[in-house]
Design a binder for this molecule. Structure first.
Ligand code: ZN
Length: 319
């Protein structure tokens, strides 16, 4: 599906409403008052009415769109574009594509979708063999750019770039990474390990107790975790089946032993600087990693990704 296919499928707001309605009805839609599961829908009000008790609720309620005044088409277009591009999209670019006068609603919409992506991936625990490493991400603290604005104008870097203070975020990176057996001649330039799911967790600190807490929440305990000799990993053996420590002082050799965490760190750094110019508020940086990991973890989904994100966005109760 391309963007022109999008406009064919969704030529107007009504087609978007119909699609949303159908998607919501395909989930386990239940009346909060009486638990009945059968509804009528009024197009004029965009509300569902319970066939048993007649209580009603809006098409948006309980979804990521709750409290949003943006059209259904704007949301679907944004979901389409965010899943369509391999790379990330800036809110400024999305604002241009949507033809909006205001930047903030677009920025909020995109962050809400990134939170949905994070919630979805949080349901999955990493399994098997896992590489773990810590990454340090430079960012320009937005609060020193414009303290009046609650939101982060991450794209407006042309004038403001460099004015904010340089900060660093610490990120724990974990990748499912299996040793490739009998690598063919054709693939000899590829890493010795193949990758599965990945996770990136923004950390307040990299002390052993904090790392253990993050690993405990995100990794199955029957795994084999591979790390370098950093002291923050010293207590991993208390919570997982096997902890292997590889101490390799030579940087390029060490990169080969941890091919996927290294790739994930360097590609996500490229995403942050290339699309968002590193002007990112600490409060929101996890969201960008959510998007990076969500798309990486579904890299073979192709066109299915759009529907998947829509379903995630309407079933994740928004709070
Ligand atoms: Zn009811």
């Amino acid at each position: 599906m391309t963007l022109s296919d999008f406009h064919k499928q969704f030529p107007d707001e009504k087609s978007c409403v119909d699609y949303f309605k159908a998607q919501r009805l395909s989930t386990d839609l239940t009346c909060k008052s009486c638990s009945f599961k059968d509804f009528t829908f009024r197009n004029s009000k965009l509300r569902f009415y319970c066939k048993n008790c007649n209580k009603s609720f809006s098409l948006k309620s309980g979804t990521v769109m709750e409290h949003s005044n943006l059209s259904f088409m704007s949301w679907l277009f944004c979901i389409k574009y965010m899943t369509f591009t391999k790379k990330s999209v800036s809110a400024l670019e999305m604002q241009r594509l949507l033809g909006f006068k205001r930047y903030e609603p677009v920025w909020f919409m995109m962050h809400k979708l990134r939170i949905v992506m994070g919630k979805r991936d949080a349901l999955y625990e990493l399994k098997g063999n896992i590489e773990i490493d810590e990454g340090f991400f430079e960012r320009i603290d937005e609060s020193s750019l414009d303290s009046k604005n609650e939101y982060n104008k991450e794209d407006d870097s042309s004038q403001k770039r460099g004015r904010g203070s340089q900060r660093q975020s610490k990120v724990l990176v974990m990748t499912e990474s299996k040793k490739v057996k009998n690598k063919s001649e054709k693939n000899k330039h590829k890493p010795d390990r193949s990758v599965g799911y990945i996770k990136m967790i923004v950390m307040d600190d990299l002390k052993a107790n904090s790392i253990n807490k993050a690993v405990n929440e995100n990794v199955d305990q029957h795994t084999e975790v591979l790390s370098d000799g950093y002291k923050g990993y010293a207590k991993l053996k208390e919570i997982i089946a096997t902890h292997l420590v590889l101490v390799e002082p030579n940087k390029s050799k060490s990169a080969k032993q941890f091919p996927w965490v290294n790739r994930v760190i360097s590609n996500s750094k490229k995403m942050l600087i290339g699309i968002h110019h590193n002007v990112i508020n600490e409060k929101y940086i996890q969201n960008y990693f959510n998007e990076f990991c969500y798309k990486f973890n579904r890299r073979y989904f192709g066109n299915l990704l759009f529907d998947r994100l829509v379903v995630a966005a309407i079933t994740n109760t928004w709070d």
